[in-house]
Design a protein around this ligand. Structure first.
Ligand SMILES: C[S@@+](CC[C@H](N)C(=O)[O-])C[C@H]1O[C@@H](n2cnc3c(N)ncnc32)[C@H](O)[C@@H]1O
Length: 220
């Protein structure tokens, strides 16, 4: 069977969350939690690269009325997220649709009021990232929110311990999950080129991780 594009996280799905917690404690989750207030009360939401579904549970708990497309490229990640959703028994006001695929499987007519990219954008080298972000930007409704949590060191150049951690991660996930990037992207340049304006920013894990909300202020 041909390999699905960007499905390399399949190989680490069974231990990804434990590994992330071991290295970063609660920081990666706190960064994603910080984005929840920016999701509108009634919204079409795209979660792309959400992994095993922790963030999905958080969205259900907001009590907001959301129409969520949960898109992930790795079948094992998506399967875990789906199982979490099926086990979630508390009342909520969300409709959730799971889709296996990449940004390429977003249909031209699909528009979202909020797009969440949790630890996704750091995986791609510049040209691929440009294409991916362009595709997402065309799916973002005017005035929509782009909510990002990612490795984005506040201090530039990053201190030695952050550079060491990043090198370790890129080596590990390059081997295990076919991650193509070798260093963090110039996020700022990519967001500015797409006419997205930063509304909010908060740093975590000694300034190595940031949560940011961007708003689309002009047409593409
Ligand atoms: C680094 S993991 C982050 C998982 C989760 N957001 C978290 O923080 O625990 C990246 C996730 O993005 C998915 N992914 C990678 N490339 C993708 C793409 N082009 N489209 C959709 N999902 C993708 C992977 O399968 C994986 O689940």
């Amino acid at each position: 069977m041909p390999k699905l594009p960007d499905s390399g996280f399949n190989r680490v799905a069974s231990f990804y969350d434990a590994l992330a917690r071991l290295v970063y404690g609660q920081a990666l989750q706190q960064a994603q939690q910080a984005l929840l207030p920016f999701v509108p009360q009634q919204a079409r939401v795209l979660v792309i690269g959400g992994g095993t579904g922790w963030l999905l549970e958080q969205l259900l708990q907001t009590g907001k009325q959301l129409d969520i497309l949960y898109l992930d490229a790795a079948p094992a990640m998506l399967q875990r997220a789906r199982q979490k959703y099926e086990k979630y028994k508390k009342p909520h006001s969300c409709r959730v649709c799971f889709r296996l695929g990449t940004e390429q499987s977003i249909q031209p007519q699909e528009q979202f009021d909020a797009i969440i990219t949790p630890f996704l954008l750091d995986l791609f080298p510049p040209q691929r990232l440009r294409q991916l972000m362009c595709k997402l930007a065309t799916s973002l409704a005017p005035g929509g929110q782009w909510l990002l949590a990612d490795f984005w060191p506040v201090q530039q150049p990053p201190p030695w311990w952050q550079r060491l951690l990043l090198k370790g991660m890129y080596t590990f996930f390059g081997l295990m999950s076919d991650v193509q990037a070798r260093q963090l992207p110039d996020y700022h340049a990519h967001f500015t080129a797409l006419g997205l304006e930063q509304q909010y920013s908060q740093a975590f894990y000694g300034g190595m991780v940031q949560a940011k909300a961007f708003r689309r202020v002009k047409e593409l």
